[in-house]
Design a protein around this ligand. Structure first.
Ligand code: 4NP
Length: 150
């Protein structure tokens, strides 16, 4: 069975919806979603400049809406992919006792890029740089999908 993958960032309006959009284009058979560790933007569509940058690459994010990461996500997904160390610790803080769902950095899957996190374009304004990293990582995740299913 195809694994269920959840992408997580801080606001769920830039990096994680972009990752969801990139990955669902690449692997439509995989169940994906995205969430933010913060609740600030719940119910909102992805940030306009990120939607525009993604759209220029043929990636449509317009149907996505922000939601907050919850404890239940540990059971709903087989793999949780976060954008930076801060997301990692925020997610790990919520892990239920006994749960073993892997939580990994997105950039673990793009070693050739030489980045240890996906910088937040809401602050850096580098939407294309974030998308470049996300697209490389998505290819890396696709390559290891079979090993995630056993
Ligand atoms: P994201 O970016 O975590 O990639 O969605 C952010 C978007 C908004 C805010 C922070 C990060 N904010 O502070 O509103």
């Amino acid at each position: 069975m195809a694994p269920r993958i959840l992408f997580v960032c801080l606001g769920n309006i830039c990096r994680s919806p972009a990752a969801e959009g990139v990955f669902r284009n690449l692997c439509p058979e995989v169940e994906t979603d995205s969430a933010g560790t913060a609740a600030w933007h719940v119910g909102k569509p992805p940030y306009g400049p990120m939607q525009a940058a993604a759209s220029a690459r043929g990636i449509n994010l317009s149907d996505l809406r922000a939601r907050q990461f919850t404890v239940a996500d540990f059971d709903r997904y087989d793999l949780i992919l976060v954008m930076d160390d801060s997301n990692l610790s925020d997610v790990e803080t919520l892990r239920p006792v006994g749960n073993e769902t892997p939580v990994r950095l997105m950039t673990d899957f793009s070693p050739a890029a030489g980045a240890d996190h996906v910088p937040d374009p809401y602050y850096t304004r580098d939407f294309d740089g974030a998308l470049d990293l996300i697209e490389q990582a998505a290819q890396g995740i696709k390559a290891v999908l079979p090993s995630l299913t056993d």
